[in-house]
Unconditional design. Structure first.
Length: 343
């Protein structure tokens, strides 16, 4: 009616924002909103962060809110966990989650289990964040995906963003949560721009932890993924659409607690399931999704076995051509979909 009267309503002002800038916005807004929030980690302050996620925050908030630490994950993670127990809300950055293994006792035994073991009397509101999974040319000791490791542990919440809206909304939700949250980012996404809606630009915007997002509607097969492979799934879906195959793409966003209800509803609709992840196959996120579907009512709707697309079951090689063959590619997803559909 408005259009007929010649009144043209402008669309909401969406803008392009990189994942790096989305994370920086989230940290800035939460540091400003709550004086208990502080950031610590290697090179987060004077150097503006190894990946420039914390750019400008040290100059704005000072030494007590943005803290450079020695190269000792066990030490500064322990300090952060203790601070959370004492009522502060630390954001603890790992330069890569591979280095979190130096501090895994603090993350699991100190942070994750304390609320339960204290019968709820001690909350540990802390966020452990940083790049996770394979980057480019950093070989086996810097390329591991920890989604399955941390997703295995009760007491932790584990989130894994893909887009800029995911990154900003999940980080803000994680900082405000009273539980320890592991936020698994992806270094190769930091410089990627995504459209950010007007709503997501608000200081009040959060993405609820534990809720998946359907990135593309489809009717023939359900693709479930998290982090960078979500983009690969959307690329594969675009190619398959030209061949008449409509993929429903689900961005998990959260590894624990997992939104299995959204996956089940999609499988009931499409009757086929393909999971995609950058991590290793054995005991992986895809394995858990397949098991949960197998055990639930959605299993009765499957017309074919579920198919997993994962990283190769080897330590990551350094050579680029070998690395490419160890990480799920768009062609691998297309092959898996055709296998599931028997076409």
């Amino acid at each position: 009616l408005q259009h007929r009267r010649g009144i043209h309503l402008s669309a909401p002002a969406a803008i392009q924002v990189t994942v790096r800038d989305a994370l920086n916005q989230a940290l800035d807004e939460e540091l400003e909103r709550d004086e208990r929030v502080f950031l610590l980690g290697e090179e987060v302050a004077q150097y503006d962060g190894a990946y420039k996620i914390s750019r400008g925050l040290w100059k704005k908030y000072g030494d007590k809110r943005v803290i450079d630490t020695p190269i000792s994950e066990m030490g500064f993670t322990g300090i952060a966990v203790g601070a959370a127990m004492a009522g502060l809300r630390p954001v603890c950055e790992f330069m890569t989650f591979n280095f979190s293994m130096q501090a895994i006792d603090q993350v699991i035994n100190s942070a994750a289990k304390t609320c339960y073991m204290s019968a709820g009397s001690i909350a540990v509101p802390i966020v452990f964040r940083g790049p996770n999974g394979a980057s480019a040319g950093v070989a086996a000791q810097h390329s591991q995906c920890f989604a399955a490791w941390y997703g295995h542990c009760p007491g932790l919440k584990v989130v894994s963003p893909w887009s800029s809206e995911d990154a900003k909304g999940l980080l803000k939700a994680s900082i405000r949560d009273d539980n320890p949250v592991v936020m698994l980012e992806n270094e190769l996404l930091y410089g990627v721009p995504f459209e950010m809606s007007e709503q997501a630009q608000s200081k009040d915007f959060i993405v609820p932890i534990g809720k998946a997002k359907i990135e593309r509607q489809g009717t023939h097969v359900t693709l479930v993924s998290h982090s960078r492979p979500v983009g690969h799934c959307l690329e594969a879906a675009a190619v398959l659409a030209k061949e008449g195959v409509e993929c429903e793409v689900i961005n998990l966003r959260t590894i624990r607690p997992m939104d299995i209800e959204t996956v089940e509803a999609s499988v009931v609709k499409t009757n086929h399931l393909v999971t995609v992840e950058g991590g290793w196959p054995q005991f992986g996120v895809g394995a858990e999704i397949c098991a949960r579907i197998m055990e639930g009512s959605a299993f009765n709707y499957l017309d074919a076995p579920a198919v997993r697309v994962t990283g190769a079951d080897v330590p990551m090689p350094y050579a680029k051509i070998l690395e490419d063959n160890c990480i799920p590619q768009v062609k691998d997803i297309i092959f898996a979909v055709k296998k599931a559909l028997n076409v």
